[in-house]
Design a binder for this molecule. Sequence first.
Ligand code: ATP
Ligand code: MG
Length: 575
Amino acid sequence: MRWSNCYIPTLKEAPADAEVVSHKLLTRAGMIRKLTSGIYIYMPLGLKAIEKTAAIVREEMNRAGALELSMPMVQPADLWQESGRWEFYGKELLRFQDRNGRDYCLGPTHEEVITDLVRGEVRSYRQLPINLYQIQTKFRDEIRPRFGLMRGREFIMKDAYSFDRDEAGADKSYWAMYEAYQNVFKRLGLRFRAVEADSGSIGGSFSHEFMVLADTGEDTIAACTGCEYAANVERAEVAAPAVPVSLPVVGGIEEVPTPGKHTVEEVCAFLGVSQSALVKTLILVADGKPVAALVRGDRELNDVKLKNLLKCDELELAAPELVQKVTGAPVGFAGPVGLNVERVFADHELLTSDGWIAGANKGDTHLRNVSLGRDAKIERYADLRVITPADACPRCGQPIELTRGIEVGHVFKLGTKYSEPLKCTFLDEDGKEKVMIMGCYGIGVSRVVASCIEQNHDADGIVFPPPIAPFEAVLCCLDPKNGETLGKAEEFYAELKAQGVDVILDDRDERPGVKFKDADLVGMPLQLVVGGKGLARGIVEAKDRRTGEKTELPVDGFAEAFRTWRAAVRAGWGL
Ligand code: ATP
Ligand code: MG
């Protein structure tokens, strides 16, 4: 490809609404253009990066035995009603009607459609297992579609779905996908980590998120410095604390006035005690019923853990009116003593001490010397809080580190969540009709491109890993009007092509500074400069975009020298 034949509309300024670096740089590099909120046009170079990513995903899916198909984006409402998600999915599901008044939605994901397909096609255990996937545009009407390709409303996803006869088969399908994902992200040259994620009602370690490590990530990962353990903080376990043999002896409860002190911080500062001396009481609503959760004052409740413990579908903080009703006090004074809530749960850390400060369920008042065992009715102590950097690894006890990541992929064992309501069954060897066990596996292909930029960029622009770069190499011809220089550049171009390198020849009649700036902005990993002066000295200048390191490749023996240099640059990317 020649730059003069390509459309690469680079910009000096990022769009005003771009908040994250990938959005700024993708736009400035001429790779995307916004059509409307959360909906982008993939420009020629942007599309190339996406297609290179998709090609690697496709290869690894095929290698793992998954079969590609393509499902419609428009889905009929009745399938969603059958699975129960028509009511449940909320506003992210874009719904509309056709001319006959029938309801449809734009597919945010395809469990319903694939399950409907498989229940109609697969009758016998002989046809199982099967894993079907597609790489296709999804639509989710996200509330805050403001991060470019990171969180679009329209985006490209690879989604795969496995169907098995039994649990053992489903587990095997799951781990095959896990392996395939490891291969994909390694081959893409990204620094990533597979982390245990919340698997809701399935339990066990059957949900992993693949996270590209980047400071700008929305997710926080707790990763052990000693062992392989890594989990999304949403689910990271906190090991049960050692409970002392004897707890402090607690005197009688005392009321203390705390006028106008609502927050843990205010109360503790007012009473002159540490936040760890207080029990925080949260009132929540689980599937319509009030519950209470207690954690130490300096801790945060992990609502995913509570949700899983309660096995409920919806959990939210109670509205002030409900708090007033069950505590008899305004928000800020709830406590475990005399609380009018049937189910009270406490974080297991609260077993390690006693004699707490807590809300009095009375306006402007707290209690001292609360003994949970003596004064409160607690249904269960469990791991309910969010992990902190001061906690130890729940597996090996070594320190953990919190790092940030961007979720680019998700593997999930679904069990019979969809096959049951949609009656996706088969006849097993024993002649019995059984429900298939499913798994689903997504990769946000367009988000991968964005997150690769979040991870790899500098002040000059994008630093693309070679496998994702729209062009792996740029050959910059400094003086394309000079027939001899251009002729030489074309020779090198042909050599790179012969070596299987996707290369662009910058043959524009522009100042060298402009060309170098554009090459850096678009982030081509291998940059070669062909100019009259260098040629006179018998060299071509080569720059590794990632390290900035410059090398001179000899014109005589160019092919071999380039091959070696390319291998070294790729090795720097871990490829
Ligand atoms: P998130 O928590 O970021 O909204 P999700 O849990 O909704 O993600 P899944 O339903 O598991 O995501 O979708 C599979 C993959 O699709 C995700 O891992 C992510 O890479 C990608 N993805 C999801 N939503 C978007 C979006 N709005 N824009 C771009 N990619 C997305
Ligand atoms: Mg989402």
